[in-house]
Design a protein around this ligand. Structure first.
Ligand code: C2O
Ligand code: CU
Ligand code: CU
Length: 476
């Protein structure tokens, strides 16, 4: 009799708790451990604030700005009460934002606390092979490596992620990705939002498949090798359905597509916003738009005007409410500048330049560039430092309908043509990754300013692992 009574009381209190916690999702009872909830029924939408990673300024010693990065294992609650084993830089998930200044000497001390090797690649940085984090750059478990470089390029939102052979996809998937806010005198003097975490937010979008017990086990089926690992839970900065408080006025979102393989269409439910930067820096002027598409590896900075929004509005990703924007009372910047920076015009007679062709192909056997899988021992071509070339990239995967984001290391290029036409305004600035849908053909203008061996690859990480990559040498 007693036992039964206790049982009823316990059940009663459980039901009450789950009512409170799960609220509108409708799971008020049936809270027992044998039930397999799908992930959405366990996630209360828009109850968690967006994770704002620490902004690190480093420590200046003898004119060098020093940072410490510890590549570490951790546990992260993507789903309440379930502790997922993850990787992160200096914490369980993602990484800090490194605040860098153009032209300044930077030193990053990287410690590998994982039980496998890793590397750190500075995606979008115009850096040569010795510091790029790709070739012979493995950092063995329990070892440390310091990398020194100078970013001499316009202010931009860059990012860093692992790049070890055959482990890039799984390590990014488990959580390794951080941002670089590279500033210069121009960006610092522009009247645009730049108060970190107040009107200037890093937004890393990813999707991951969590198992029933909340784990992230990276494996790929044959289909996932061909199409990339996509789907599952959508998250921003490692949080499923977060919210942010935004000022009255302008908010700047520095959006990074940090997914392994998914393209994201980002919108405000038909409301207008402005794109102010692409991968490699600010655009010449803000571009009014209603939808921004980012492929894996690409970045786009946008300005949102709270006057366009309700008290609660949403950033939609692929048609789904993904981030709640809550207006608060404080007022920030209100006027959108007419112009931003000077992006050099492409005036040179392009007909005199050498054109190189890259043909991207998806077959049921895999993905290739110019029908050749990447071979670490082989150079695909050589070029001369200081020269310019046109690369014509074609995605001939029409049958398989597979987009491929084409990325080049050590350079920021310009898109000069998309399918025979002038590219859209938001592709007219600096780029390091360009998306090609099936059937697309894109021409880029590239200038070789670094030296050594440089790679280019598809930024669908499963494709890159599957050797949809090539390398060339820039000779001094
Ligand atoms: Cu974002 Cu080769 O990398
Ligand atoms: Cu890169
Ligand atoms: Cu691809």
């Amino acid at each position: 009799m007693n036992k039964i009574l206790i049982g009823i009381i316990v059940l009663g209190s459980l039901a009450a708790t789950s009512n409170q916690v799960l609220g509108s999702t409708g799971h008020s009872s049936g809270h027992n451990h044998n039930t397999t909830f799908n992930q959405t029924s366990l996630t209360i939408e828009f109850q968690k604030p967006l994770l704002i990673p620490p902004l690190l300024k480093g420590e200046v010693k003898d004119g060098v700005r020093n940072f410490d990065l510890n590549v570490t294992k951790g546990k992260w609650e993507f789903i309440d009460g379930k502790f997922t084993e993850t990787y992160g830089y200096n914490g369980p998930i993602l990484g800090p934002v490194l605040s860098l200044k153009k032209g300044e000497k930077t030193k990053v001390n990287i410690k590998n606390s994982l039980s496998e090797e890793t590397t750190v690649h500075w995606h979008g940085g115009i850096l040569s092979q010795d510091v790029d984090g790709v070739h012979n750059a493995d950092i063995q478990p329990n070892t440390q490596k310091s990398v020194e470089f100078i970013l001499n390029q316009p202010a931009a939102t860059l990012w860093f992620h692992p790049h070890p052979m055959h482990k890039t996809a799984s390590q990014v998937y488990k959580g390794l990705a951080g941002l670089i806010y590279l500033e210069d005198d121009i960006s610092e003097n522009l009247n645009i939002p730049k108060t970190y975490g107040v009107d200037d937010f890093p937004i890393v979008i990813q999707d991951k498949k969590l198992t029933v017990d909340g784990q992230l086990t990276y494996s790929t089926t044959h289909m996932e090798k061909i199409h990339g690992k996509s789907g599952g839970s959508l998250m921003i900065n490692g949080i499923i359905s977060p919210y942010i408080d935004i000022l009255n006025g302008l908010t700047r979102l520095r959006v990074v597509n940090g997914s392994n393989a998914t393209n994201y269409d980002i919108d405000l439910d038909g409301k207008e916003f402005y794109q102010i930067a692409s991968d490699g820096g600010l655009l010449s002027s803000p571009i009014s738009m209603k939808k921004l598409t980012l492929a894996p590896g690409e970045r786009g900075e946008i300005l949102i005007d709270s006057n366009e929004l309700n008290n609660k509005s949403y950033l939609y990703i692929n048609g789904k409410q993904a981030l709640e924007l809550r207006k608060n009372k404080k007022t920030g910047l209100t006027s959108i500048p007419k112009t931003l920076v000077e992006v050099p015009e492409i005036t040179k007679n392009l007909n005199n330049l050498k054109t190189r062709t890259f043909s991207l192909k998806t077959t049921s056997k895999g993905n290739t560039i110019n029908n050749t899988p990447y071979n670490m021992e082989k150079l695909n071509f050589e070029v001369q430092k200081g020269t310019q070339e046109i690369w014509e990239i074609k995605n001939g995967s029409k049958m398989m309908d597979m987009p491929h984001p084409f990325h080049v290391h050590g350079a920021q290029f310009r898109v000069i043509e998309r399918n025979g036409k002038t590219p859209p305004l938001n592709e007219q600035g600096w780029k390091d990754t360009v998306n090609l849908n099936a059937g697309d053909s894109v021409k880029i203008l590239i200038t070789y300013t670094t030296d050594g061996i440089t790679v280019y690859h598809c930024h669908i990480l499963e494709h890159e692992e599957d050797r949809m990559m090539g390398q060339f040498q820039i000779n001094k």
